[in-house]
Design a protein around this ligand. Structure first.
Ligand code: CAA
Length: 397
């Protein structure tokens, strides 16, 4: 007799009553306060500080951060449900939420000392301050272990003197604190990278030009230049040489958030497409009666729900890792890869279903199409995700 082992069902976490309450709360806030201003902020490219601070007061800037550090003390699924709802209303807002929570917040939560958490985590988790994560440089993107910036310990052994140029820093134009990755021992390549907690109001921290972006335009992005920035030794995050592993560990968490963002954008585009297919008339009836539109709707829905399962499975893997310490790199990369490619597919089909209207700024699908594009690039391109997945499966490095 064959007995089926259903234990894999535990890979998909259950949505509890508390999660449902959070989702309802975030959905209401996102639809009432964020969705109505999304197009205006996309056009102006202004940073939506007011709504971000309101979300901070709701605990949404540090969802997994314990309450004693100003967060909501919830789990990864709560973070994912929040990201989906915020992204459904506006991808730019969700980018800011994701950096504060899972790049900046996760780095501090996992690697900071008590004193560092009090000074650097609590104000960001409560939404009073903005955090950023800075790995990329003009000549070092996917090949993250080749950075040119340097941190040199001074003779007194009290400060690291940091020089260099970091690029594509999300929230760079407004960040109060930055988790910075830079080289303390360049000859050791990736083993020479060290992480630091940077205060933006100190001398030698220079914000560069704001990037004029295709999408997520209200999420400010810039270069940051360091010119003899003196970072106290006590603001080093982890040990010397731990930086690359910290960066990668944090990206495992971050990629789940970007997958959820991609799902939220795709869901918004899908919902708009279903509504349009029901109401738009052509050839004597709603366009939804045509099989070519039906095929698009079926494929969009199926890929969205498949993305959701991969994301929930990555949530469960991350939760398990809190107890076991095991990496969830594979689950996180698969969720990010599939959800971001789904967002590209769904937003493209959404524009197609809307026809000429889909190409106009008069309807939101035009923005969803542009916003979705970044999810295949940041926090590791689709090519990097495929590399991570395949290397893991093949036992290669
Ligand atoms: N967790 C923990 N450790 C990890 C790890 C992970 N996920 N991935 C790799 N490591 C460790 C390895 O075990 C290895 O350790 P040892 O030296 O002790 O053996 C070390 O790190 C080096 O690993 P690799 O040899 O695999 O490293 P690599 O140089 O070949 O690079 C890579 C691998 C996957 C391509 C990696 O460089 C990468 O992910 N690149 C993309 C970077 C990225 O996502 N950038 C986006 C920046 S954030 C952003 O987008 C901006 C924003 O603000 C939103």
């Amino acid at each position: 007799m064959v007995t089926t082992d259903y234990s894999d069902q535990a890979l998909i976490p259950q949505i509890s009553a508390e999660h449902e309450k959070l989702r309802t709360l975030v959905r209401a806030f996102a639809q009432e306060k964020i969705a109505p201003i999304a197009a205006e902020f996309d056009e102006s490219g202004d940073f939506p500080l007011d709504t971000i601070q309101q979300m901070g007061a709701m605990g949404l800037m540090g969802i997994e951060v314990p309450e004693e550090y100003g967060g909501a003390g919830m789990d990864t699924l709560a973070y994912v449900l929040t990201m989906i709802e915020v992204a459904r209303a506006d991808a730019s807002h969700s980018t800011i939420v994701s950096v504060n929570n899972s790049l900046y917040g996760h780095a501090l939560l996992k690697f900071a000392t008590e004193a560092q958490k009090e000074q650097f985590l609590a104000p960001v988790a409560s939404g009073e301050k903005i955090g950023a994560y800075s790995l990329t440089e003009p000549m070092s993107g996917s090949d993250a272990g080749t950075m040119q910036s340097r941190a040199v310990l001074n003779d007194a052994g009290t400060h690291y003197i940091i020089n260099g140029r970091k690029s594509w820093v999300t929230s760079g134009p407004v960040a109060d604190f930055v988790v910075l990755f830079t080289m303390t021992a360049p000859e050791k390549l990736h083993k020479g990278v060290t992480a630091f907690l940077i205060e933006a109001d100190q001398p030698g921290f220079i914000r560069g030009k704001k990037e004029p972006k295709l999408g997520i335009r209200a999420s400010a992005t810039s270069e940051i230049v360091y010119e003899d920035y003196a970072c106290p030794v006590e603001n080093r995050l982890g040990g010397e040489g731990d930086g690359f592993k910290i960066a990668m560990t944090v990206l495992d968490a971050g990629r789940i958030g970007i997958a959820a963002q991609a799902l939220g954008i795709a869901a918004a585009a899908y919902e708009a497409s279903v509504a349009y297919a029901r109401e738009r008339q052509a050839f004597g009836g709603p366009i939804g009666q045509f099989q070519m539109i039906q095929q698009k709707i079926a494929d969009m829905k199926t890929r969205i729900e498949a993305s959701r399962l991969l994301i929930y499975s990555a949530c469960a893997a991350k939760e398990r890792s809190k107890a076991t310490g095991e990496r969830y790199t594979l689950e996180s990369s698969m969720a990010k890869l599939f959800a971001s490619e789904t967002a590209a597919f769904v937003t493209d089909e959404a524009v197609q279903i809307h026809g000429g209207m889909g190409y106009s700024k008069e309807v939101a699908v035009e923005r969803y199409y542009r916003d979705a594009r970044i999810t295949r690039i940041y926090e590791g391109t689709s090519e990097v995700q495929r590399m991570v997945i395949a290397r893991g499966e093949l036992g290669l490095r």
